[in-house]
Design a protein around this ligand. Structure first.
Ligand code: AR6
Length: 169
């Protein structure tokens, strides 16, 4: 398994699957969720609505899959990160579940490569270093996809991931 990090916009990344940091409604929002729906077109939202009608959205830590629509990626996995609330509300375990459930779902769809944003570290305010450690450790514990790309948008996350993955800043 290859793990690397890049800095940029995940909607431009060519991977079999990109992951969205969604919310429980699956109806879109701001941040990376807004960017993915905007760039991917309406078929992504249409499939999200179908899933929502069938199973009532997506719980925190769980993951669902839709088409990639107009994106370079074939599929989008929508997972719901935990809202940071001080750390005593199971936030770390739930964030870990986002990564492990997304990997499992990607494997079921025969993905060879998957790109993750830094789930929960924007609007949901999860501390960035803690979130990155959880992300990298969970990927290493589940080496089931050939290539994992962490797509960091902001400088702080990019610095944290570079340090974690390559041991330099
Ligand atoms: N490509 C990659 N990463 C991005 C992009 C992008 N185009 N845009 C932002 N990020 P956030 P959350 C980074 O807030 O904290 C939405 O409204 C950003 O710098 O998108 O999980 C949902 O609907 C940050 O590091 O997601 C939910 O309601 C990371 O993506 C809520 O936000 C995650 O930030 C989810 O909050």
């Amino acid at each position: 398994m290859k793990i690397r990090c890049v800095q940029g916009d995940i909607t431009k990344v060519t991977a079999d699957i990109i992951v969205n940091a969604a919310n429980t409604s699956l109806l879109g929002g701001g941040g990376v969720d807004g960017a993915i729906h905007k760039a991917g077109g309406k078929t992504i939202l249409e499939e999200c609505i179908k899933i929502r009608n069938k199973q009532g959205g997506c719980k925190t830590g769980e993951a669902v899959i839709t088409t990639g629509g107009l994106l370079p990626a074939k599929y989008v996995i929508h997972t719901v990160g935990s809202v940071w609330n001080g750390g005593s509300n199971n936030e770390e375990e739930l964030l870990k579940n986002c990564y492990s459930n997304s990997l499992k779902l990607a494997k079921e769809h025969n993905a060879k490569s998957i790109a993750f944003p830094n789930i929960s570290t924007g609007i949901y305010k999860f501390p960035k270093e803690k979130a990155a450690l959880i992300a990298v450790n969970t990927i290493k514990e589940n080496p089931i996809i050939d290539e994992v790309i962490f797509v960091c948008y902001d400088d702080e996350n990019y610095g944290v991931y570079k340090k974690l993955l390559y041991m330099f800043v």
